[in-house]
Ligand binder design. Structure first.
Ligand code: MLT
Length: 325
């Protein structure tokens, strides 16, 4: 076959493949959330599912596939049929799992199609209501003088609070005693009750507790302050003395590897449309989240970002020596 004939044949085949998926989606799409219902990731996924309904012309149903820091739900999607009907919403844990878990049933990003980054969510350092420290400087002095005895709650290995806690200890050059819980809800309950001292939790989950004065807030983990009323006087950790401290819990949308290009293009277009939905933007802003509008909304940009985050966190996790099998 001549070169021209080969090119013509390839273009024709691509055309046939695209035609085969022209009516996608023809039935509801499942969005797997690898964390519990009612938590930050679940809230984000439910809002996104609602906003995707119009551009996709189909219902998007949520399935919570919970456990092992989000790796159970991720493995499920990595193994699902690559037909665009099973997708994954996952946070920063997508990039940190390869360093945290000695045995991981999937490869990142190789076993997934990146569909675009959804949002970025700063965390906040919060403390039990009876803590004496009234600002981050005093908190830092207290942590340094406690000889590692300060209890730092987290929502389990691989959770956003666990990762933020690792980064915080690394920046403070000090150790605290990690106290892992089975999710954000029990960790927050014990922080409010004073059974643990501190937590570095997603603003999404912490703001209602700060508003209700059930916890103390010491700093924001992003480089920019947050425009939420509950945090209007809260400095960033970088401002409070932790130079360039920047931890954001981002969320992205994924499909199994091998999903047809025509389906990926439809899903990326639907995601872009959903992230322009004024109702979604309003809901995200109320939770302290910023919708992504830059090149990371592009599948290639999203993939590059995941790879960069994977490298960035691998060192922090290795230095901390906290792994799971
Ligand atoms: C959740 O939705 O439960 C959280 O995002 C879990 C976490 O803290 O990583």
């Amino acid at each position: 076959m001549s070169q021209i004939a080969r090119v013509v044949a390839a273009v024709a085949l691509a055309g046939v493949a695209a035609l085969a998926w022209a009516d996608y989606p023809e039935k509801p799409v499942t969005l797997v959330v690898p964390f519990a219902a009612g938590g930050p990731s679940d809230k984000i996924a439910r809002d996104l599912a609602e906003a995707l309904r119009k551009p996709l012309g189909q219902t998007v149903v949520i399935e919570n596939a919970v456990g092992a820091g989000g790796t159970i739900g991720s493995a499920k999607v990595a193994r699902a049929a690559p037909d665009g009907y099973t997708l994954l919403v996952h946070h920063i844990g997508m990039a940190t799992a390869p360093a945290l878990y000695r045995k991981l049933a999937y490869k990142v990003p190789e076993d997934f199609e990146t569909l675009g980054l959804i949002n970025e969510a700063p965390s906040v350092v919060i403390g039990k209501p009876t803590l004496a420290a009234s600002n981050f400087k005093e908190l830092r002095q207290w942590i340094s003088s406690s000889g590692g005895k300060v209890n730092l709650a987290n929502a389990g290995l691989g959770s956003a609070s666990h990762l933020c806690g690792l980064m915080l200890q690394s920046a403070l050059k000090t150790n605290m005693t990690p106290v892992p819980y089975k999710g954000t809800a029990p960790a927050m309950t014990d922080l409010i009750g004073g059974q643990v001292d501190l937590m570095c939790e997603q603003a999404t989950n912490a703001v209602p507790q700060i508003e209700g004065k059930k916890v103390k807030v010491y700093g924001i983990t992003s480089l920019e302050r947050l425009a939420l009323p509950a945090l209007k006087d809260t400095p960033t950790l970088a401002e409070a003395g932790l130079d360039e401290f920047n931890v954001q819990v981002w969320h992205g949308l994924y499909a199994p590897r091998g999903t047809p290009a025509a389906v990926l293009a439809k899903l990326n277009a639907a995601l872009r449309a959903a992230l322009k939905d004024p109702e979604l933007i309003k809901r995200e802003e109320a939770l302290g989240l910023a919708v992504v509008t830059d090149g990371r909304l592009d599948p290639a940009g999203h993939r590059k970002f995941v790879e960069a985050e994977k490298n960035r966190w691998a060192k922090v996790i290795k230095d901390a020596g906290e792994y799971a099998d």
